[in-house]
Design a protein around this ligand. Structure first.
Ligand code: OGA
Ligand code: MN
Length: 273
């Protein structure tokens, strides 16, 4: 059966209907990649994949990247477990707790990942939604004067593994300079590439002015008119283009279990202006 791509009633995203993610033909794979470029995030329901099947599915979008941390809940180095489940007080997954500020995954690296696919296995009754902002739309709607100000600008992005809020950034941690607006090679679209969690400063700018501009850009990009909030159901997979979207997470209770598995898809070049 042919699969259907149904745009969400949201500023970005489409649902993929009629697909069993365990069984993907080369035609499906092309449909998925084209929809990914066009809609920036993809939502699939009722998928209950094994780790190996999730990794196979991820290959529709590009080469698989390894996880830094192997979780006992998977045992594989190509699956990132995101969970608050603890054993003897020790987290069994990454990003265990609560709210997370908006960020791009691995923006502190020279060649950040292209995409990720996250699957829900256990979810809290309330909260723990993932928010996605359309950074192509955010860039396009900036005042012309601001766009001009961003021409040729680069920013330093920092990370502490496990950081979920800007005040957890580590000045000595891994860091990388990237363009403030990047072009997505396959579409030629421009995307705003700064975020609350990880962007530290704009290079060559007065520190106060830089902070003011980053805050202004983040306030703009986090506006609900660019954001889709995904409320998870078990068996959902959400794929995001990590170049054209940033994401955040709403709070949830530490007394409830949340278990997600992620496959990360690498890119073939660093961000270009
Ligand atoms: C991630 C991430 C958000 C979530 O996997 O990179 O930010 O909802 N996850 O757990
Ligand atoms: Mn993330």
């Amino acid at each position: 059966m042919a699969i259907t791509v149904k745009p969400l009633d949201a500023p970005l995203g489409a649902e993929i209907i009629g697909l069993d993610a365990r069984n993907i033909t080369p035609e499906d794979s092309k449909t998925i990649f084209d929809a990914f470029l066009k809609h920036h995030i993809l939502v699939l329901h009722d998928q209950h994949l094994t780790d190996a099947e999730l990794v196979e599915f991820g290959k529709c979008l590009g080469p698989i990247e390894k996880s830094r941390f192997i979780s006992p809940l998977s045992g594989r180095d190509d699956i990132m477990v995101i969970s608050n489940i603890r054993e003897d007080g020790k987290p069994m997954g990454q990003l265990p707790d609560g709210e997370m500020s908006f960020h791009f995954d691995r923006i502190h690296q020279k060649q950040p990942c292209r995409a990720a696919a996250l699957m829900a296995i256990e979810i809290p009754k309330e909260g723990g939604d993932t928010l996605f902002s359309n950074m192509v739309l955010a860039y396009a709607t900036l005042p012309e004067e601001t766009k001009q100000k961003l021409v040729g600008k680069t920013a330093l992005n920092r990370f502490t593994y496990g950081a979920t809020a800007p005040d957890m950034r580590d000045n000595a941690g891994p860091q990388c300079v990237h363009p403030v607006a990047r072009t997505i090679p396959q579409t030629g679209e421009k995307s705003l590439y700064v975020c609350r969690l990880m962007t530290d400063h704009i290079e060559g700018m007065d520190p106060d002015e830089s902070r003011k501009l980053i805050d202004e850009l983040c306030d703009h990009a986090e506006d609900p008119r660019f954001v889709y909030a995904h409320q998870w159901k078990v068996g959902d997979i959400v794929v995001w283009d990590n170049r054209a979207t940033m994401h955040a997470r709403t709070d949830f209770s530490e007394t409830e279990r949340r278990l997600m598995k992620r496959v990360t898809i690498g890119d073939d070049q660093p961000p270009i202006p």
